[in-house]
Design a protein around this ligand. Structure first.
Ligand SMILES: [Zn+2]
Length: 466
């Protein structure tokens, strides 16, 4: 028999601990014991006190503790430094080709590094500890390096495509595109002790040839990673795809053998029954981006099939996309929209209850990334990714129903402390690994310089006077 308590390095205490374990226990006055970046135990505080002794104690009676949230679609380059510059009344085509492409092209390596740090800062400070990137525009080395300091967990990939010839700054032949994928999967298998790593991401839409789709599938298999891409946000996407490839996107990709249970498809607003069936049969996941759908007028509330996806057992997770189509990356605000949009659209309050939405933002995200064994819940053996929400705030009081409060009342502003792999990366609302004051100055300067280099006019409608 062992005598005395077992040593751990940290104990995190909470008023409530939302475990997301299989029985979805919420522990009133609970604690989480951590050692070497791993969760050792999640129990009532009295039990943890009896069994463990820690060098460090965090949290306390005013905090709600949850697993770190998982954002399954975010652009960490190209968009953060130009946040909100694109007018909010621009049609889809003009948005992408008239604005975003020239803005992306005006980024240099230092810009992309800084952009990734701004994105990581916004995510961590609002409770997201893991993300799946939409695709680094060009400079993967700098982006990995910038993220290492931030301390976030993520899967990244340089954007590849091989079809449209413009803009020529991104032009890639099929061989070059495959070469980029292969290179990054070999070079970035595991960065920062596995916290960061490469993933097989292609842009999607109508930008990839069949040989590139097949190669991405094969490379994902060879390297044991997943595959992600954009598809069918707006009506013209599947229509354009069908015109070019002879059938609707998911049907075609299913025939090519691309769809599988390690695939995460972003948007999927315009999908028909056959496509839904293919997605369900192959176990593909969806990254639902409600903020983009609203701002870019995708029609998700009229056309979207997210309730049917859930009904068919398709794993639907949540993304916040790029900062011009969705100007914030606070997943808690996106959770609110996921919970509300279809309740109103279908006039059915039973759709997307708060509990399901919190599952989508944690376990669902983990499943989209193939990381369900490691993240998404607070259970012994999982990585120690925790968020402490400060309830000494007006939107958190009175606290009578924790999950309702997390989804319907709170947002990322209440996030006080964040741990990734047991390491405190946000403390009292601020980043521990980055100089925030410097970051605010640098991104302002870089953002202004990028808009000038891109040669795009300032379209703000009201005069700014000195
Ligand atoms: Zn996107």
């Amino acid at each position: 028999m062992s005598d005395g308590p077992e040593r751990v390095d940290t104990i995190v205490d909470g008023w409530y601990v939302v475990t997301m374990n299989p029985s979805r226990d919420i522990i009133h006055y609970g604690s989480v014991a951590l050692r070497d970046g791993v969760v050792i135990a999640v129990e009532p505080t009295t039990e943890i006190d009896a069994r463990y002794r820690a060098e460090r104690r965090l949290g306390g009676a005013r905090f709600v503790v949850t697993p770190g949230l998982v954002n399954t679609h975010i652009h960490i380059t190209g968009e953060p430094l130009t946040r909100g510059y694109v007018p909010d009344d621009t049609p889809f085509e003009e948005n992408v080709f008239g604005w975003l492409c020239p803005l992306y092209a005006a980024h240099g390596p230092a810009d992309e590094r800084m952009s990734a740090q701004l994105a990581a800062t916004e995510m961590l400070r609002t409770g997201t500890t893991t993300f799946l990137e939409a695709g680094t525009i060009r400079f993967l080395d700098e982006v990995f390096e910038g993220l290492e300091a931030a301390g976030i967990r993520g899967r990244l990939s340089r954007w590849v495509w091989d079809l449209p010839p413009d803009p020529d700054v991104y032009r890639q032949s099929t061989d070059e595109a495959i070469g980029h994928l292969q290179h990054q999967l070999e070079s970035y298998r595991s960065v920062a002790g596995g916290r960061l790593g490469a993933w097989a991401t292609v842009i999607g839409h109508t930008t990839c040839s069949d040989p590139l789709w097949r190669a991405a599938r094969e490379l994902a298999d060879d390297h044991g990673v997943g595959l992600s891409f954009h598809m069918s946000p707006a009506r013209l996407d599947p229509e354009g795809f069908a015109a070019e490839f002879g059938q609707r996107p998911m049907v075609h990709l299913d025939e090519l053998g691309v769809l599988a249970d390690d695939v995460c498809i972003t948007h999927c607003v315009h999908v028909d029954d056959r496509e839904l069936a293919a997605m369900a049969r192959t176990g593909s996941s969806v990254a639902h981006c409600p903020t983009t759908a609203l701002k870019v007028s995708y029609g998700v509330t009229q056309i979207g099939r997210m309730p049917e996806m859930v009904q068919r057992g398709i794993n639907v997770s949540i993304g916040t996309d790029g900062n011009n189509a969705s100007n914030y990356s606070d997943l808690m605000r996106a959770m609110y929209l996921v919970a509300g949009l279809f309740k109103d659209a279908r006039m059915d309050p039973q759709l997307f209850p708060a509990e399901s939405v919190l599952e989508m933002a944690t376990l669902g995200g983990a499943r989209s990334l193939g990381m369900q064994a490691d993240i998404g819940s607070l259970e012994p053996g999982k990585r120690a990714d925790l968020v402490l929400h400060d309830t000494d705030r007006p939107e958190w009081r009175p606290l009578l129903n924790v999950v309702n409060q997390l989804v319907w009342s709170a947002d990322g502003r209440g996030v006080h402390t964040v741990l990734v792999d047991g390491r405190v990366v946000v403390e009292d609302g601020a980043m521990t690994g980055l100089d925030e004051a410097k970051l605010w100055r640098d991104v302002q300067q870089a953002g202004e310089a990028i808009t000038i280099r891109a040669g795009l006019p300032d379209k703000a409608k009201w005069p700014v006077r000195a």
